[in-house]
Design a protein around this ligand. Sequence first.
Ligand code: GDP
Length: 387
Amino acid sequence: MKLALIGFGQAGGKVVDEFLAFDARVDGGFVESAIAVNSATTDLKGLEHVPTENRVLIGQARVKGHGVGADNELGAAIAEEDSDEIQGAIDRIPTHEVDAFLIVAGMGGGTGSGGAPVLANHLQRIYTQPVYGLGLLPGTDEGGIYTLNAARSFRTFVDEVDNLLLFDNDAWRSAGESVGSGYDRINREIVERFGLLFAAGEVQQGDHVAESVVDSSEIINTLSSSGVSTIGYASETVETNDGLLASLTGGGETFDEGTATNRLTSLVRKATLGRLTLPCDVASADRGLVVATGPPSHLNRKGVERGRQWLEDETGSMEIRGGDYPLPDRDEVGAIVLLSGVTDVPRIDQLQQVAIEAQETTADVQASADEEFASLMDTGGELDALF
Ligand code: GDP
């Protein structure tokens, strides 16, 4: 499906940059346009793939290009004040060709955390296409302010978008990795999953011999349950003779239907029961979509159908869709599982609990700081100020 991508804040911009690289690499064609919005000049300069004219600096009058310093109320305020600047960039994209908007933001920071929900609200009022969010939850070790920001942003963002796709940094960090290289790896993991999903909906009829190619309307229908979504992905290297050899031999002679079916079914299970972008109880999903990716000779309808039926049993949902995304040049077969409308998410409960505690502690600290300052300045009325 064709997306207008908008990266809000530093993390949002970096992930959108990575989406562009991925789209070019797989020749996906799912990015119609990409925009980066930020209040920090250096973050915008650091991007590699977002075109310079699509980088929008907001809040100049207030923060002079230096960012909002994890103050997401300020992030929301400047997004509101400078919505014309953002709209100016969106006006330059052919929105009639876009199937949906996707706003990407780190929810623990300031600019994206506060600005993304404001932009979602703005887009919903103007356009008829769905507006989706891709929110990045902070790690548990990032501290109270990031948790509080994320919990408040989540609460706001989920109401403003048609569906909020979530990625939990905490579930994906590795011990011993530096923050920088960690994010580079994590961003590739994010983009591989969400990129494959959206690219799947962009295969044109006739591109490849496909049994049942996923259509963008199937993605939109799956996401129309609103609420929160998560993605699972699993892949396996296969020997492929889809390329030169296939054209010499007539192709696919060694193709074993039974093996392909079993492989796809087990990949769907692995994708669902393995690490999700947002870990949750799969049974709580409202809708689902299974996409099989890889060389066409290794994809078959029966495998997708079996995987789909298995997911129906796991979720108890009757709304599980399925299809293919043929990728002739890959030597990997994969399964993407999109679970939409999930409600049993321990990480969100934990985030909200820690955020409430952080909010109470902040209020207590502020109250006692005010008291202590008053006592510091108290001279019992013996000294007068100059004026
Ligand atoms: P902003 O520029 O004020 O919107 O703030 P950031 O985008 O830097 O948001 C900070 C949050 O985003 C942190 O809490 C991190 O959890 C997360 N974050 C920062 N950079 C990255 C990144 O490159 N990738 C991912 N996945 N998360 C990031």
